[in-house]
Design a protein around this ligand. Sequence first.
Ligand SMILES: [Zn+2]
Length: 123
Amino acid sequence: MKSPPTPRDDEGRATTSPTNAQEVGDHTNGLDYIAGIRRRRAAKHRVPVLECGRHSDPWPCRCYDAAESPERNAEGYYATAQHLIEAGLLPAPNPGAMRTMWRLDVEKRELARYIAERWQVSA
Ligand SMILES: [Zn+2]
């Protein structure tokens, strides 16, 4: 008869006694990361609520994702794409934003066409 598995003492956590310099560095980075998360959590109670009315920390706020505001997403993509092209770079295609740009106005449609042709994507 098999006995039930015994629980691990460390509950899956990393060892607290590093054996070499690399682990010391990783452990310190981990503590820094956790301290940063705690500072961020504390800060969200100090800073004002964002325009969305639901969040004060912009990092987890997804209130303006493409599904909720395709025009705003397309405007952001358009501005970014213009900036990248002026810098001599080709923006990565964003099919959702490009489809919205297509119907917004001629200038945005032309930029969407320019990006689509260079990436050989169909919008
Ligand atoms: Zn939000």
